[in-house]
Design a protein around this ligand. Structure first.
Ligand code: ASP
Length: 448
C-alpha cells in the first residue's frame, strides 16, 4: 500500500514536470507572458514564482542542519581517521577524474562537430564577467573563522570541515560524548523525515518551477543557438548515460539500469532548481534510502560532491569554449585545450552548486586562454535551460561516485540497491506511536 503511494509520488513529480513544460511553453508561444499582462503578473510572476521559491527555500532550509548532523553521525559511524581519510581521498580522486573525463569528452565532441564555425552571430546580450575568487582565497576560506556565519551563509566547504572536526573531537572524547552522538543521530533522522514531508509537495512545486522557466524562456532562443544547444545536450547525455555508467560499472560492478531508475527523482529536483546545493537533501535521501549507501559515506561524499564535482558544468565550459573560439574565428591549440581542462577542473572545486555559477567560472576559463569574455553574452539567453540540464548531470555524478566509494568500503547494501521499491516510504504517521508520545510528554508535565 505504502509502496504504491510512493511510486505514485515519483510518477506525480514526472507528470508535474511534463505539465509544467507544456503549460509554460503554451503561455510563451501564445504570447501571454508579456510584461504587465494578467498571466505575467498573477500567474507566472505571482503563483508560480511564490510556489517555486517557497519550495526551493524549503529545500535550502534543510541543507545546513542535514549536512551538519549527518556528517557528525557519518564521522562517528566511520569510527577512525584512517578510513575517513581513505573515503575522502577516494571521493576526491574520483570527482576530479569524472570532471576531467567530462570536459575532455565535451571538447572532443564540440571540436569534431565544428560548431560555431563560419557563424556571424551578433551578441544579443552583453556579459560583464564577474571576478571569480583566486585559488588562494578559496583555500583560505575552507577554514571558517566563524562556523555560525558559515552556516548562516550556507558555505559548504567550511561547514563540512567544521562538522568533520566536531565528529573527530567527539570520537576523541569517547564514552562521555555518547549521548551527544545519540542526539545527533536523532536530529539526523528528524531532518530526514522533514525531507519526506517537503518532498510530498514536490509535484506541485516542480510544476510551478518549470512552468515559470518555460513561460519565460520559450524556444525561440534555442532555435538561434540550435548548434550550440544540440552539441551541449548531446555531450551531457553521452556523459550521463555512457561515461558515468561505464565508470559505475567498471569501478563497482553495480547495475547502471537500477542506478538510472533510482536517480531519476533527484535528477528532476536538480533540473527544476538548477542547484546541486538545494538538491543535497534529495540526493542524500536517494543514495541512502533508495541505493543502500551507508550514511557514514553518503553524509560526506554527497555535500562534498555538490560543492566540488560539476561534470555537467565542465561539459558546458568545454562546448562553450570551442563554440566561442569558432564564432570569433580564433584558433585554440592543444596547449589551450589542456589549459581549459585544467582550469575547469580547478574552477569546479571552489564554486558552490547554485544556479548560474557555471558562467562565472566560464569567464575565468576564457580569461586564461584569451577568449573574449563578452562572447559569453552569446550563450547567455539559453544558459538557464542548459543550467537545469547540467545540474541534473552534476548530481548524477555525485551519486555515481558515492555509490562507488561506498561499495569499495563495504558500505553499500546491495539488497537495497537491487530492490526496486526500496526507500519509497511516504509520509507515515502512526497514530498509536503519536498517542504514546503525547501521553509520555503529558505524564512528564504532570509529575513536574
Ligand atoms: N547550477 C549548477 C549546479 O548547481 C552549477 C552551474 O553549472 O551553474 O550544480
Amino acid at each position: 500500500m505504502e509502496t504504491n503511494n510512493k511510486m505514485s509520488l515519483t510518477m506525480k513529480v514526472l507528470i508535474g514536470m511534463l505539465l509544467g513544460i507544456g503549460l509554460g511553453l503554451l503561455i510563451n508561444l501564445v504570447g501571454l507572458n508579456s510584461e504587465g499582462s494578467f498571466v505575467n503578473t498573477y500567474i507566472v510572476d505571482g503563483l508560480f514564482l511564490v510556489i517555486g521559491k517557497m519550495f526551493v527555500n524549503a529545500l535550502k532550509m534543510l541543507v545546513v542542519p542535514l549536512v551538519f548532523f549527518s556528517l557528525i553521525c557519518g564521522v562517528c559511524g566511520i569510527g577512525n581517521l584512517k578510513t575517513l581519510g581513505r573515503v575522502g581521498s577516494k571521493s576526491f580522486g574520483l570527482y576530479m577524474m569524472t570532471t576531467a573525463v567530462a570536459i575532455t569528452l565535451a571538447i572532443v565532441i564540440a571540436a569534431t562537430t565544428g560548431i560555431g564555425e563560419g557563424m556571424n552571430l551578433a551578441s544579443t546580450a552583453s556579459f560583464v564577467g564577474k571576478d571569480s575568487p583566486p585559488l588562494t582565497q578559496v583555500l583560505i576560506e575552507i577554514v571558517p573563522s566563524n562556523p555560525i556565519r558559515a552556516m548562516a551563509d550556507g558555505d559548504m566547504l567550511p561547514l563540512i570541515l567544521f562538522a568533520i572536526l566536531t565528529g573527530i573531537s567527539i570520537l576523541m572524547v569517547g564514552r562521555k560524548a555518547s549521548s551527544f552522538i545519540e542526539g545527533a543521530e536523532i536530529a539526523n533522522e528528524i531532518m530526514m523525515k522533514m525531507v519526506t514531508i517537503i518532498m510530498s509537495a514536490a509535484p506541485y512545486a516542480v510544476f510551478a518551477l518549470i512552468a515559470k522557466s518555460m513561460a519565460e524562456l520559450g524556444l525561440d532562443l534555442l532555435g538561434q543557438l540550435a548548434g550550440y544547444v544540440a552539441v551541449l545536450v548531446s555531450a551531457l547525455l553521452i556523459h550521463l548515460f555512457v561515461s558515468l555508467m561505464l565508470v559505475l560499472k567498471l569501478f563497482s560492478g553495480l547495475s547502471p539500469v537500477h542506478f538510472l531508475k533510482k536517480i531519476r527523482n533527484a535528477q528532476v529536483f536538480a533540473f527544476s532548481t538548477a542547484s546541486s546545493n538545494a538538491t543535497i537533501p534529495v540526493t542524500l535521501r536517494t543514495v541512502t534510502e533508495r541505493m543502500g549507501v551507508n550514511n557514514s559515506v553518503a553524509s560526506f561524499t554527497v555535500p562534498f560532491g555538490a560543492t566540488i564535482n560539476m561534470d555537467g558544468t565542465a561539459i558546458m565550459q568545454g562546448v562553450a569554449t570551442v563554440f566561442i573560439a569558432n564564432v570569433y574565428g580564433l584558433d585554440l591549440g592543444t596547449g589551450d585545450y589542456v589549459t581549459v581542462i585544467l582550469m575547469s577542473v580547478l574552477a569546479s572545486i571552489g564554486t558552490a552548486g547554485v544556479p548560474g555559477v557555471g558562467l562565472i567560472m566560464l569567464s575565468m576559463v576564457f580569461a586564461q586562454v584569451g577568449l573574449p569574455i563578452e562572447g559569453i553574452g552569446l550563450i547567455l539567453g539559453v544558459d538557464r535551460l542548459m543550467d537545469m540540464i547540467r545540474t541534473a548531470v552534476n548530481i548524477s555524478g555525485d551519486a555515481v561516485v558515492t555509490s562507488i566509494v561506498a561499495n569499495s568500503e563495504g558500505k553499500l547494501d546491495k539488497t537495497i540497491f537491487n530492490d526496486e521499491n526500496a526507500g519509497t516510504e511516504s509520509i507515515h504517521l502512526d497514530e498509536k506511536v503519536e498517542q504514546e508520545l503525547a501521553d509520555t510528554i503529558k505524564k512528564t508535565h504532570d509529575t513536574a
